[in-house]
Design a binder for this molecule. Structure first.
Ligand SMILES: Cc1cc2nc3c(=O)[nH]c(=O)nc-3n(C[C@H](O)[C@H](O)[C@H](O)COP(=O)(O)OP(=O)(O)OC[C@H]3O[C@@H](n4cnc5c(N)ncnc54)[C@H](O)[C@@H]3O)c2cc1C
Length: 392
C-alpha cells in the first residue's frame, strides 16, 4: 500500500526542521507531515556551521527579517531551551582607520532601526573583554545577538512539532530519488524507502536545492555552494566571553560577492568571527570561497583566518585546535533566501538559499513558509523572498 501524506518536507537541516516546526504549530494536528533526509538530521551544512544568531541592521528589510527570527529563537529558548542558547551579544572590532570609522556608523544603524548598540572606548572594551589585544581603541557592542548549537536546536524543534502534531513522521536516511506528476501537479515523492503520495512538497535541501529542482524537471535554482573552513579549540577556557566579529565581516559576508559563484578559481577570503562555546571551547571562523562542492580543508586560508583571530584575541594562540572542518553555505545569486511557492509546479514550495544566515533565519523562514501554505497573513512581508523572481 502506498503511504500518503498531506505534506512532505525534503531536507532535515535547520531550515527543514524549522518549516516542520512552524507547520505543526499552524496546521490542524491531524495533518500528516513527513520530513525526509537522505542522511541524519542536521548532518549537512547546519551541523557544520557556527550558531551565531545575527541581527543585521544595514538594510530595513534585512533587519526586519533577522530581528523577527532572533525573537522566535528567544521564544523557543524560554519555552523549551535545551540547545545551548547563550546571549553573548556581538562585539564588533576594527584595526584599520577605515574600519574604526565604521564602528559609529554601525551603532547608528542599530539605533535608526529603533534598537540599541553601544560605542565602547578602550577602557570600556578592556573592562568587558580583558583578553583582547591592548592596542584596540574602540568597538561597537550589540547586545541582541546570541549563540546556539544548531544540531540540538533541530532536535528541540522536531520534538515540539511532534507534540503539536502527532501525525508527524521524521525519516532520516531516506533519500528522495524522484517525483510523480499528475499533469502539472505533484502526485508523489519517490524515496529510497518507498513512495509517498502527496500533493504538497517543500524543497528545503540547502545547497542541493538545484538538484531537487532538476529531479522535478525544473530549471536549476541559482543557489551555489560557498565553502567555509572552521576550527575549534579544546575545552581549556576561552579567552573571551563575548562573540567577536571584525566590523568588516558585515561587508565581507553579507555584501555582494566579489566573484562569480560559478567560477572555480576563487581564492577566497576571511573575516574574524570568534564564538565562545558553553563548554569552554572557542569556535573560530570564518572563511568564504566558491569552489563547487569541494569540502577539503583549505589549510592556507584557514591558517590566515586563525592568525587574524589571534590578532584580536592573542590568548587564542595558546589554545590548541582540536578539530577543523568545512561546510557549504547555500548562496543565492541575489543574496536573498528563497521562501515561498514555485508557481510552475502547483504544490511545490521552496525554503533554501540562506548562505551564512540560515541558522539565524531558520525560525522566520519556517514561519513565513508555514503562513503562506496555511493561507494566513505573514509576520514579515515575504515579497523580496518569493522564488517566483527566478521564474523565466
Ligand atoms: C562555516 C559555516 C558557518 C556558518 N555560520 C553560521 C552562523 O554563525 N549563523 C548563521 O545564521 N548561519 C551560519 N551558517 C549558514 C547556515 O549553516 C546555513 O545557511 C544553513 O545551515 C542552511 O540550512 P539548510 O537547512 O538550508 O541546509 P542543510 O543543513 O544543508 O540541510 C539540507 C538537507 O537536505 C538534505 N538533502 C539534500 N538532498 C536530498 C535528497 N535528494 N533527499 C533527501 N534529503 C536531501 C541534506 O542531507 C541536508 O541534511 C554557516 C555556514 C557555514 C558553512
Amino acid at each position: 500500500m502506498v503511504e500518503t501524506a498531506d505534506l512532505v518536507v525534503v531536507g532535515g537541516g535547520i531550515v527543514g526542521c524549522s518549516v516542520v516546526h512552524q507547520l505543526a504549530r499552524l496546521l490542524p494536528n491531524t495533518t500528516r507531515i513527513v520530513l525526509v533526509d537522505r542522511g541524519p538530521i542536521a548532518g549537512a551544512t547546519s551541523g557544520s556551521s557556527m550558531g551565531h544568531l545575527m541581527v543585521t541592521p544595514d538594510d530595513a528589510a534585512a533587519y526586519a527579517l533577522t530581528i523577527a527570527s532572533v525573537r522566535l529563537w528567544r521564544d523557543l529558548q524560554q519555552r523549551r531551551g535545551g540547545f545551548h542558547y547563550q546571549a553573548t551579544g556581538a562585539l564588533y572590532l576594527a584595526d584599520t582607520d577605515a574600519d574604526v570609522a565604521m564602528l559609529p556608523v554601525l551603532r547608528d544603524q542599530f539605533v535608526a532601526r529603533g534598537d540599541s548598540a553601544e560605542l565602547l572606548d578602550a577602557r570600556q572594551l578592556r573592562d568587558l573583554e580583558p583578553g583582547l589585544a591592548p592596542d584596540l581603541q574602540a568597538a561597537t557592542f550589540y547586545p541582541g545577538d546570541a549563540v546556539v548549537l544548531p544540531m540540538l536546536a533541530c532536535g528541540v524543534m522536531l520534538r515540539e512539532a511532534q507534540a503539536a502534531c502527532p501525525g508527524l513522521v521524521v525519516r532520516p536516511d531516506c533519500a528522495v530519488l524522484g517525483f510523480d506528476r499528475d499533469g502539472d501537479r505533484l502526485a508523489a515523492v519517490r524515496t529510497a524507502q518507498g513512495t509517498i503520495a502527496t500533493r504538497t512538497v517543500v524543497n528545503a535541501t540547502g545547497v542541493w536545492a538545484p538538484d531537487l529542482a532538476e529531479l522535478l524537471g525544473q530549471p536549476r535554482l541559482p543557489i551555489f555552494p560557498r565553502a567555509g573552513n572552521l576550527a575549534i579549540t579544546g575545552h581549556h577556557g576561552t579567552p573571551v566571553r563575548t562573540q567577536l566579529l571584525e566590523v568588516s565581516y558585515l561587508r565581507f559576508a553579507h555584501g555582494a560577492a566579489a566573484v562569480d559563484p560559478t567560477r572555480t578559481d576563487d581564492r577566497g577570503g576571511h573575516a574574524v568571527n570568534v564564538q565562545p562555546q558553553s563548554n569552554g571551547s572557542c569556535l573560530i571562523g570564518s572563511t568564504r570561497q566558491f569552489r563547487g562542492m569541494d569540502r577539503t580543508l583549505n589549510r592556507e586560508l584557514l591558517h590566515r583566518s586563525l592568525l587574524r583571530a589571534q590578532r584580536y584575541a592573542p590568548g587564542l594562540a595558546a589554545a590548541p585546535i582540536v578539530r577543523t572542518w568545512v561546510g557549504l553555505r547555500p548562496y543565492a545569486i541575489d543574496k536573498q533566501p528563497l521562501i515561498g511557492p514555485w508557481p510552475p509546479v502547483p504544490g511545490l514550495w521552496i525554503a533554501a538559499g540562506h548562505e551564512g544566515l540560515g541558522i539565524t533565519l531558520g525560525p522566520i523562514t519556517g514561519r513565513l513558509l508555514a503562513q503562506q501554505i496555511a493561507g494566513v497573513p505573514c509576520d514579515v512581508d515575504p515579497t523580496p523572498y518569493l522564488p517566483a523572481r527566478f521564474c523565466a
